[in-house]
Structures are given as C-alpha cells and as structure tokens.
Design a protein around this ligand. Structure first.
Ligand code: GLA
Length: 388
C-alpha cells in the first residue's frame, strides 16, 4: 500500500517551502453542560484527536488556507476593510485571524494547510480545535505569544462574532490547557482551573450516535437567551446577581413565581448542574468514581427533561450504556441534539463495552456508531518536525 504523504510533504506540494506545524486537541466534557456561558463550572478533558495546522509566512498580508477535510481553498486579505463570513469551514480560521488583529496582534500573511482528525458534528469540539490550532500558528508566525487564557477568549470571540454561534469558553479553554491524564475543573467566571487525575482504572469511552439534528445551533442560542432572561427576572428580586452562577437552589425555588415554567426549568438545570460539578470534583479528589457516576446520570436526566437538549439517539445510547458491565456513569456530552455520549467505564470492561454497545445501538437504529476509548491529553502545542 502507498504511504500517505505527511503533512509536511503535502504542505510542500501545495505551497512550497518548509512549514511549522501546530496541533490542538478536541475535548470531551465529563460533566457541567451548558454551564460555561452562565459563569459556572465544567469539567472537560482534552482528547487525543487533533486539528493540525502547517503554516509558513508570506511576504504580503494575505492568508491562503487549504482544508484537507473539505478539499477546498479559501483566501483572505488582512488589509481588507470588510470581511463577510462565508458560512463555511473557512470562517473559523479567518474569524480567528481577524480577532487577533483587532486585539492588536498584527499578523504576517501566511499559507496554512489545515487537517483535522476530530470527528465533526460529534460534540467533540472540532470547531475549537481548528480555532486554537490556527490562533497558535498565526500568532507564533508573527512573533506573538499571547497568554493562553487570552487566546481562548479571542477564539471564543471569533466563534461568537464571525461564525455566529454564541458558545461559551469551555472548549477553547481546554483545548489550550488540557493536561495528560487529567480533567480540568474549570471555573468559567474566574477562568482558573484545578487539574483532577482520572485514575488508570477507568476509561473515558466516547460513543458517537452519528446523528446531528438541524436544531443544534438555533436551539443552542435560544437556550442561552433563556438563561439571560432568567437572570433578568431574578435580578428584580435578587439584586446583585450577574449570572445563574450566583443563584442558589433555595433562592431559585423561593422565586420560582417570577419565571415562566420553561425558563424555570432551564434555570433549575443550570443551578443543579453547577452543584453536580462541584460534587463530582470532590468525588474525584477522594477517588469515589461511583459517586461521580451518579452525578453523571443525574446530569443526563436534567439535560433531557429540564434543559431539553437531548434527543432519542442520545437517550438510547445512555440507556444501553447502563445495561453494560463496568459502567460507572453515562451521559450526553457537548451542546446536544445529537453528537456523542461520555461513559466512565471500568478499564477492565472497556473493550467489551465498546463491542456490545456498537452491536446494541446498531440493532436499534441501523446506524454504526463510532466508539473511542480515550484518555485525557495535553493541550495545544507546536509539533517538532521530527515528531511528524
Ligand atoms: C458547546 C459549546 C460550549 C458549551 C457546550 C455545552 O460545546 O461550544 O461552550 O456551552 O456546548 O456545555
């Protein structure tokens, strides 16, 4: 069989010259869903699926970008006064370049070849991976090394303002700060984190439903608006609150009457989910995986019944997981409306879990799921050419 050319060889064939290469990982969120844009807590881990960007500088101020996934090229002129989103893959790298420039990091023109192994539409943050890998590549080429928290914020802003998805900061943050064998207990207000060891005795098993429903992005933005509405109403009776992060369960219950039924359900999910993340962190610190698993089960029910971002396929995947041996916890992960579940599985049974889940899900749906046995990975970095 012919060897596939390396990213260096493909870059040389397309653009000529020797590039530098950067990579940024996707992520899986263990618990704390839809809490990031409520200034709350989340617990993501970077995973060993990367977006790779090979880059070299140009003499002009143009970006010439090629995507291996889409077999498509895109150009952008950094000196142009107006940039319109194209509603395609290239909005991610272009949006990031524009944000860096707006923040005062003047960029050099560049040739970029982008290649990603992060499954798309699976809720594993292929978007954050492309944003972060591009941001690192462009900044470094231009002689900048912005602080990583700042980089995460700029990538998030690119997605909010240029791509048009009002995402929180979790994905970009963990893609930049991930640590091998650890999940990050992330405080999305303070933008600080604690690394928590995931013991070798458990595996993170990601199960992709292979569906992504149309609703995903419009409903995501709507949920965010629901949370803002909850804060507006509650602030009338609880002056000083800035986000649902500031509301206790007792306060929410006491003031339930200022919220419509739907908005109350949304807020109840966020308030209880934040508490579950804190408890899960405590469980990990004391090595109590069973307790962690219970919080995951509750999280899924809350996302399904209160936040209403699950779907038939995700619910089925979770139900099937609980029928397998060695499962501590299972829940949907990411924004919802399709994508993947995260399962915490006793390492001894991870192989069996994968096999049985694949069969059972296919039997019920006719779809062949992709199932990955993962461990937490390092965040984004340059890659030396000897490692390619
Ligand atoms: C998507 C967003 C994140 C986060 C999750 C839900 O992945 O990009 O910011 O809001 O959904 O937890």
């Amino acid at each position: 069989m012919m060897r596939r050319p390396t990213i260096l060889e493909r870059f040389r064939a397309r653009f000529g010259g020797d590039p530098r290469v950067y990579r940024a990982p996707g992520r899986v969120n263990l618990i704390g869903e839809h809490t990031d844009y409520n200034d709350g807590f989340a617990m993501p881990a970077a995973i060993e699926f990367y977006c790779w960007v090979a880059v070299s500088t140009r003499e002009d101020r143009k970006l010439s970008i090629y995507s291996e996934e889409f077999s498509a090229a895109a150009d952008a002129d950094l000196d142009s006064a107006s940039h319109q989103p194209s509603k395609t893959w290239s909005d991610y790298p272009v949006g990031v370049a524009l944000q860096l420039e707006q923040a005062g990091f003047r960029l050099r023109g560049a040739n970029l070849l982008i290649e990603s192994e992060v499954p798309m539409g699976a809720g594993l943050s292929s978007s954050a991976a492309i944003e972060v890998a591009t941001a690192l590549a462009l900044a470094d080429q231009s002689g900048w090394s912005p602080d990583r928290v700042r980089l995460a914020q700029l990538c998030q802003k690119a997605e909010n303002e240029f791509v048009g998805a009002r995402v929180g900061i979790m994905d970009q943050f963990v893609s930049l700060h991930g640590q091998e064998d650890h999940a990050l207990m992330l405080d999305c207000r303070a933008l600080t984190f604690e690394s928590l060891l995931i013991p070798d005795s458990v595996k993170l098993v990601i199960s992709n439903t292979m569906v992504k429903h149309e609703l995903a992005s419009s409903e995501y933005n709507r949920r965010r608006a629901d949370c803002e509405e909850a804060v507006r109403r509650l602030a009338e009776v609880l002056p000083g609150i800035r986000a649902l992060r500031d509301v206790s369960l007792e306060q929410l219950e006491r003031h339930q009457d200022v919220l419509s039924e739907v908005i109350y359900k949304r807020a109840l999910h966020i308030v209880t989910e934040n508490a579950r993340v804190l408890d899960s962190a405590e469980a990990l610190r004391s090595g109590d995986i069973a307790r962690f698993g219970m919080r995951m089960a509750e999280s899924h029910r809350s996302l399904r019944d209160l936040y209403e971002v699950s779907c038939r396929e995700l619910d089925l995947m979770v139900d099937l997981a609980y029928q397998q041996r060695g499962v501590f916890g299972a829940r949907m992960t990411g924004g919802g409306f399709g994508g993947a579940t995260i399962n915490l599985v006793d390492a001894r049974y991870a192989g069996e879990f994968k096999e049985k889940m694949a069969k059972a899900y296919q039997k019920e749906t006719g779809l062949v799921p992709q199932i990955y046995i993962c461990k937490p990975a390092e965040g984004a970095s340059p890659v030396s050419s000897s490692d390619l």
